[in-house]
Design a protein around this ligand. Structure first.
Ligand code: CA
Length: 678
């Protein structure tokens, strides 16, 4: 009997094992791979030798091939690596091999994988298929060592402008010569056809503090062919190929790997010289194509997660997701980010679908980047695009933001509160008359921190505060994803007049730019950008994606309003308090007489503001609404059309308000106690 039981038990155990997800087996087996602890993966160049090192613990053999060109031709040299410690392979190439190209080829079992540029490649040839030996010092622009980052006292001072390198300059009316290139960001004195500032001068005039570039690292050549970039083939770039190399189609010569590096650095230096910091959009969460990715050609399966059936899991929605919790993936991410921060002087990183990454990795990234520069700003999308084998309590999601150290998340609570649901282009939000979203807007106003007056059960999506501090929340109403603001307005309040829609275009970002979280603007909103109703323009042609600089002249009132809002925010620290404690002490919401209204008062010269008391109202009703205001004398400093810190004296508005005031329809109204307005 006993024996039978034992057999049954063994049988049951076997069944259990065979039922266990293959993924666990696949992902667990790699836990036995040796971990390399050194910091010299990739190449180390000197004029007398080039030292190659890669990590490939499952390889039987590794071969190095050297070429004179980045594409085509036969290798001029070929040799095998020597196995070294902790799963690594090394090769020393004696002599000066500067500016030659190379690939690795790894043998797994008895099969040779395709050639690959190393994952640690810092320079590549055209289309990123071969790596290049470069002396990085030679890629520095003049006075690169004197490059000075603009001052940043607090993350709460940040105002981000999110742009795509090509969109920025490719329109014939941009006035820029280097159309679609990094170098467009170095051009001063550029104008649209009406003679108004474009390019970097526009950014300086607008007053934003950070430019966030959509992926500008090397993305897949099948998306944009670097040998022929001026076709209708366009891409946002969320398809990484070489993580540590700038994109070639944005350089004036993608064949010579040094050129894109040099031109990227010139861009950074120019932005810095103009008082603007630079943020890179990074996409370590997936690769364009797992099968032939550099990761998989070197160490098959290791860098990815797998689901229960043993297949690649897909939290990215792109067919694969990387595994930040595995030591060598984690190491790769950290070293890549530190490289960009040190070599390219990058000031911030935006993590695509950040919840695919684990909290431990993100906090390690924070601490390693702190060693380079504590003012580097980190933020990301606190969600995934599909389920992940990574347990939800380990994800760097917005729900777990409080466990992240000085890393911010995008808030879709206020975003969709203002504009309407992302998943339905026709769903209206507060801005187009949908009631019941007021608490979601308050959520963004306090930067996602805890505030005793917010009814969290009425907040969109996450029914709780999740940011420890307001600097952990990105407040925004639109970005590259989904319809841009103007298109969303047109989709959700189609029947109203153009003038009324313009008011909404102002109101939506008036909420953002007075809110306590970090401000984020989609490039071109200040000139009523449209993508002509295309809501996912990731591969739409230039004519959909480009910034049409002449719109700045067509909608000059909108431009001036945005510029004034930014100036108001920068001049008044009360609108960007750095701590939850300060906000809950100084910011009190009013009871509103009607839906589609939000109002609050900031008191006590908050955060050192010269204004003692500030009242802010948003009214999304079409008609003006009368509201009670606290005792005392108040001056209007902003309405839906004008912002003047000395006080407005517009027809229809008494210069001094007492007891009550009228908030115009589809407008912001800001009042300041009379004694504070000088
Ligand atoms: Ca590319």
């Amino acid at each position: 009997m006993k024996k039978v039981n034992l057999i049954l038990l063994m049988f049951a155990a076997l069944m259990l094992l065979s039922n266990m997800n293959v993924s666990k087996l696949k992902d667990n087996s790699v836990n036995d791979y040796p971990v390399y602890t050194g910091n010299d993966l990739g190449i180390t160049y000197s004029p007398t030798k080039t030292f190659f090192k890669l990590w490939a613990p499952t390889a039987e053999n590794v071969r190095l091939k050297i070429y004179t060109e980045g594409k085509d031709g036969e290798p001029i040299k070929m040799d095998n690596f020597k196995k070294d410690v902790q799963g690594t392979w090394i090769y020393i190439l004696v002599g000066d091999w500067k500016n030659k190209f190379y690939t690795y080829q790894v043998q797994i079992g008895d099969k040779w994988n395709d050639e690959t540029a190393d994952i640690y490649a810092k320079a590549v040839g055209v289309n990123g298929l071969r790596a290049m030996v470069v002396d990085l010092k030679e890629t520095n622009p003049t006075d690169w060592e004197k490059d000075k980052k603009p001052t940043l006292k607090s993350y709460s001072d940040i105002i981000i402008w999110e742009a795509h390198v090509r969109d920025f300059s490719i329109n014939p009316n941009s006035g820029m010569k280097n159309k679609g290139k990094f170098l467009a960001f170095t051009e001063k004195g550029t104008k649209n056809t009406k003679g108004e500032k474009t390019g970097i001068d526009h950014l300086v005039d607008l007053g934003i503090t950070h430019v966030h570039l959509l992926p500008a690292f090397d993305y897949l050549y099948l998306r944009v062919d670097e040998t022929n970039p001026n076709t209708d083939k366009y891409n946002w770039g969320y398809d990484p190929q070489n993580f540590n190399v700038p994109e070639g189609s944005y350089s004036t010569n993608p064949y010579d790997g040094r050129v894109r590096i040099n031109e990227f650095k010139q861009m950074v230096k120019s932005l810095h010289n103009n008082g603007i910091r630079v943020i890179m959009d990074v996409v370590y969460n997936h690769t364009a194509d797992a099968g032939k990715s550099n990761f998989n050609l070197l160490v098959p399966d290791y860098y990815y997660r797998h689901s229960a059936d043993g297949k690649l899991s897909n939290a990215s929605g792109c067919g694969n997701e990387t595994a930040s919790e595995k030591p060598m993936m984690r190491k790769f991410m950290v070293e890549s980010l530190v490289f960009w921060a040190k070599e390219y002087h990058i000031d911030g990183f935006r993590f695509d679908l950040m919840a695919i990454h684990d909290i431990e990795t993100m906090n390690l990234i924070r601490s390693e980047l702190d060693k380079v520069d504590k003012s580097i700003f980190l933020y990301g999308e606190g969600w995934t695009a599909g389920d992940s084998p990574l347990p939800s309590d380990q994800r760097a999601s917005k729900e777990n933001a409080s466990k992240l150290n000085r890393i911010a998340v995008f808030s879709d609570e206020m975003r969709d509160g203002i504009r309407g649901s992302w998943s339905d282009a026709k769903a209206a939000g507060f801005m187009c008359g949908k009631e019941g979203l007021e608490e979601s807007i308050k959520f963004g106003i306090v930067g996602g921190t805890f505030h005793p007056q917010i009814q969290y059960d009425k907040v969109n999506y996450t029914k709780k505060s999740y940011a420890n501090e307001p600097t952990q929340l990105i407040d925004y109403v639109s970005c590259h994803d989904n319809p841009c603001l103007w298109d969303k307005i047109n989709a959700t309040c189609a029947s109203i007049s153009f003038a009324e829609k313009e008011k909404i275009q102002k109101l939506a970002n008036a909420i953002v730019l007075t809110s306590q979280g970090v401000s984020f603007l989609h490039a071109g909103e200040e000139m009523i950008r449209t993508k002509h109703g295309v809501d996912n323009s990731y591969e739409s042609p230039d004519s959909i994606n480009w910034l049409n600089w002449d719109r700045k002249s067509m909608y000059n009132d909108v431009y001036n309003y945005y510029k004034s809002m930014i100036s108001l925010r920068k001049g008044h620290p009360a609108f960007h308090m750095p701590t939850q404690v300060m906000i809950s002490k100084n910011l009190k919401f009013f009871e509103m007489p009607k839906p589609l209204m939000v109002g609050y008062q900031i008191s006590n010269h908050a955060n050192g503001d010269k204004w003692k008391n500030i009242i802010v109202f948003f009214n999304s009703n079409a008609e003006q609404q009368e509201v009670a205001i606290p005792d005392g004398e108040w001056k209007i400093v902003a309405n839906g059309e004008v912002i003047n810190e000395k006080g407005l004296s517009q027809a229809g508005f008494e210069s001094v308000q007492k007891g009550k005031t009228n908030v115009p329809g589809r407008s912001m109204l800001i009042l300041v106690d009379k004694a504070s307005v000088k």
